[in-house]
Design a protein around this ligand. Sequence first.
Ligand SMILES: Nc1ncnc2c1ncn2[C@@H]1O[C@H](COP(=O)(O)OP(=O)(O)OP(=O)(O)O)[C@@H](O)[C@H]1O
Length: 372
Amino acid sequence: MEPETNSSAAGDAQVPEGASAEKEPTIEERLEEAIAITAPGSAVRRALDMIIAGHLGALICVGDTDTVLSAGNDGFPLNISFTANRLFELSKMDGAIVVDRDLTQILRANFHLNPDPSLPTSETGMRHRTAARMSLLTKALVISVSERRQVVNLYVGGRSHQLRGVAELMTSASQLITTLQTTRQALDHALLRLTTLELDNYVTLADVTTILNYFETLMTAADEIDRCVVQLGSEGRTVEMQREQLVGDMESEYLLMIRDYARDSSEGNAEAIREKLHAADPSQWRSPKRVAKVLGYDDLREDSVMVPLGLRTLSRVSVVREGMADKIVDEYGNLRELMDDIEQNPSRLDDLGVKNPSILADSLYRMWGKKE
Ligand SMILES: Nc1ncnc2c1ncn2[C@@H]1O[C@H](COP(=O)(O)OP(=O)(O)OP(=O)(O)O)[C@@H](O)[C@H]1O
């Protein structure tokens, strides 16, 4: 779920006040920052809530104050420190309010803005059209509160985002947490089965596709929760904790899973595959043929057997310290070879630096179901 945005001929990334030219934030990053500073718990949000409750409207420009002030006229120069109450009181006047980027000073109120009317905008109503145009003309965050519709819109670089209330966001977040819970349960179950299949050397492309599909569903739900958490501000802590608990270290498990089955098992390639899967339409995660292609194979069928490196399974064994799974895989080639050799030749693992080869062997056999 993307933030509710629509773009109107938005310009490229622009430099915020005081930032150096090489670190230009994108419009998405600026919008994310804007959502964070207007989230519940912030002084701006308190003021916006009071404006809505008072059935008032407002047009507030935050930052890039020199350009904003040169794009308008009249109004009252104030230069007073910023507080939520002052912002609310000043919104009772017509015109725009100009605030500095750090939200420390209110510079002007009752200010009339004259952005170039040829700047494109699809908004209706003068307040919103002016807000959209000012965000195209300047690097300011422009906040518009509609008196008639009682909604708050943020404008950055010509793009708009409508603020959602806490109750509505919480409903979305709890639905997403439920999705996360059920997907995590299904994924854990599928991964246990996969480990057994790996040790039996009987994993098919269809099994790999199913599990990558679960991983993607989990990560997509987690991303959507992250977006809710930013919008919830101080109200989002519990949701954030639940998300952490449910996702845990699944991000690294996912990358190990990709490395186990990709033709090129390097970490860089696994990251690239992960991005490709994430960017793809969900229907593609369910297509074994497409998944095979992303993993680097042209010639696999749904029932083709795939041989894993074993990085994910090895990393589940407590005696396999960080970096050791890679060393074992480099030495043996894949999990099957390790299983074939492990009992006859434990000293080979010794030479690699595995402290307790017999514990490693026992753990793998237990996962396989060959030992109590
Ligand atoms: N160019 C401008 N500069 C400063 N303030 C403006 C400008 N245009 C509109 N406003 C402010 O917005 C108020 C509402 O204007 P208007 O009714 O034309 O817009 P609107 O988008 O229909 O607003 P709303 O959705 O709040 O009803 C004005 O009274 C004024 O305070």
